[in-house]
Design a protein around this ligand. Structure first.
Ligand code: G6P
Length: 607
């Protein structure tokens, strides 16, 4: 997390870096800052809070120069104050850092003993002080930077500029992403290609352990041993205009409305229109014979994985282990040899998921990743990537990426079922037809937005909300509860509907609304009984069902949303859109910062 942007060139650096930071603000918005070289001197401007605060500082105290670095912060060590804001530096060097320097206390003690004077509470300042120390001892910027990087433990992406060295920037990555953008007589550094999208489409990604020395004309790459290496320039498909709000109030609202589009685009990539068959790229394993699957992810992507588990187990009869990446990584489970590892991530950079990927690969499992960012670290390290075609997702709370992930997992399930002989031709055709109907049905969900807004009126008044669902509607309830917590700051908890009587039923009274995800189908009656139990104890029921379930629910629920009727296989997709809209409408009523909720960041590149 934290966003990094830098430029060396011939144009004023500050507006370029500032624009880059705007596009990176989703990575953190606790503070922001820029440093440039003004006639060789390091000048810095920093501000606590969002980028607008930095803009106000720059208005009264402009920054000049054509070499500059900037940072938008998600605080790890040290409060989100102006003093702890990046860039950190001295009169000789300024640095920006994304990640955590794990041995910073040892290094700081050592440097303080040598007379270096620290100004902040951050781990990151250690990098600046150490470079400064080596520069003061007479080393060149390159020597000082390389010597410092050799001492760092932990995760970092870092960019540095040096007093008296116009047109020089040094970058490095170890566990956190960093990309070099190639312009005409100017070069850029950015945490991702999105930051660099309006500047250039020619991007090279640093490998783990790489350093790069950048001047306006070229980038020289070095691997972790210090040997010069080549890194391929890729032409990204991103276009600058793809990240506007298009007239919507928030990115989240825009991205919610893109559900039908991204489902359709993702299907186009996975289903052959002529044969109506799911087509997968060559796989790193034989789907017919794998004994088990292991799914791991974080946040919303994990809930998409849980829905995937219901599908893969029921339809393809593939046993699935599933856990959040931060747990899977460290609990050292005895995984069956020959199992297929499956990762799900929008960003492809989430540190916990990346660590789990490496752990799975280390024990010899092939890894298939469902990713939105196809140039990400996970994409490079996976054996196979199934891409979600969701486009850039800017709102911190994930929406369209989730349904695109479900679309890929649904297609994977069909391909697995076919390979394993659990799905015949007619069965495959039925499920593919259900998927192809989805974009249209997803668009219909928005005709219920006004009703969902009324429901939000009740939710917005609550301090706690309980979400209930059974089967594949249970992870949908979890996604609904997570979304509500994230953007409206209302405590919400999801429970498997059948489990409510074993605990949370004691919470129920008039003040705790119950949001039920209850599509018609085999689990309808059982879930309805659980809702009756809640109703009998005074609970206020708010139900997301479909046309077939609406009549029965209207009799007991205060609000019933009859979402479009779809094949039971794909109900989680439609239900998800409903609960995401509910969270959005509630956040609007609460007046929270929908796209950038407090304390969160979109891409979490620290464990
Ligand atoms: C963060 C975001 C969540 C997201 C999770 C996983 O916590 O706030 O919205 O679901 O990371 O991100 P990924 O990029 O791996 O899908």
């Amino acid at each position: 997390m934290c966003g990094i942007c830098g430029v060396v060139g011939h144009r004023p650096a500050t507006p370029i870096v500032f624009e880059g930071l705007r596009r990176l603000e989703y990575r953190g918005y606790d503070s922001a800052g820029i440093a440039t070289l003004d006639e060789g001197r390091i000048e810095r401007r920093r501000a606590a809070g969002k980028l607008d605060n930095l803009a106000a500082v720059l208005e009264t105290q402009p920054l000049y120069g054509t070499t500059g670095i900037g940072h938008t912060r998600w605080a790890t060590h040290g409060a989100p104050t102006e003093n702890n804001a990046h860039p950190h530096g001295t009169s000789r060097v300024a640095i920006v850092h994304n990640g955590i320097i794990e041995n910073f206390e040892t290094l700081r003690t050592e440097l303080e003993a040598e007379g270096q004077v620290f100004e902040t509470e951050t781990d990151s300042e250690t990098i600046a002080q150490m470079v400064d120390y080596y520069l003061a001892a007479g080393q060149s910027p390159r020597e000082a930077a390389f010597a410092t990087l050799r001492r760092l433990e932990g995760a970092y992406a870092v960019a540095m500029i040096f007093a008296g060295h116009e047109g020089l920037m040094i970058g490095a990555r170890h566990g956190a992403p960093l990309a070099v953008g190639f312009g005409d007589g100017e070069m850029f550094l950015g945490s991702d290609s999105l930051a660099l999208a309006p500047l250039t489409r020619r991007i090279a990604y640093l490998d783990d352990g790489d350093c790069v020395v950048i001047t306006p004309e070229k980038a020289e790459f070095f691997d972790h041993t210090g040997e010069p290496v080549e890194r391929k320039i890729q032409v990204t498909a991103l276009i600058a205009g793809a990240v506007g709000k298009d007239g919507y109030r928030h990115y989240m609202e825009k991205e919610l409305h893109e559900h039908p589009l991204v489902i359709g685009q993702t299907l186009q990539r996975m289903v052959d229109p002529a044969t109506r068959k799911v087509v997968l790229p060559p796989l790193p394993c034989d789907l017919a014979t794998i004994p088990r699957g292991v799914i791991t992810a974080c946040g919303s992507a994990y809930y998409a994985g849980m829905i995937g588990r219901y599908w893969l187990e029921e339809i393809a009869r593939l046993p699935i282990d599933i856990d959040v990446a931060s747990e899977l990584r460290y609990r050292n489970p005895p995984l069956t040899p020959g199992s297929l590892g499956m990762l799900i991530s929008q960003s492809g950079e989430t540190a916990d998921t990346l660590a789990a990927l490496r752990a799975l690969k280390a024990i010899g499992l092939p890894v298939l990743s469902v990713l939105n960012a196809e140039h990400s670290t996970m994409a490079r390290e996976s054996d196979l990537v199934l891409g979600t075609v969701a486009g850039p997702e800017i709102s911190v709370a994930s929406t369209k990426a989730f349904t695109a992930q479900l679309t890929v997992l649904a297609c994977l399930t069909i391909a697995m079922g076919r390979a394993r002989g659990t799905l015949d031709e007619a069965g495959e055709d039925e499920l593919v037809t259900a998927l192809l109907d989805l974009p249209g049905k997803a668009a219909e969900v928005f005709s219920h937005q006004a009703d969902i807004r009324k429901m939000a009126g009740i939710v917005a008044e609550a301090r706690d909300v309980l979400y209930l669902g059974r089967g594949s509607a249970y992870p949908v309830a979890m996604e609904g509860a997570l979304k509500l917590k994230e953007i409206s700051y209302i405590h919400a908890e999801a429970y498997a509907a059948g489990e409510m009587k074993h605990g949370p039923i004691s919470l129920i009274d008039r003040t705790v609304p119950i949001v039920a995800t209850i599509p018609s189908g085999p689990l309808f009656e059982k879930t309805l009984s659980n809702l009756q139990e809640a109703k009998a104890r005074g609970g206020r029921l708010l139900a997301f069902t479909d046309e077939a379930g609406a009549e029965r629910l209207s009799a007991i629920a205060e609000h019933t949303i009859a979402l479009p009727e779809v094949h039971p296989f794909v109900t989680p997709v439609i239900q998800t859109i409903g609960v995401q809209i509910l969270a959005y409408e509630t956040a609007l009523l609460k007046g929270t910062d929908v796209d950038q909720p407090r304390n969160l960041a979109k891409s979490v590149t620290v464990e």
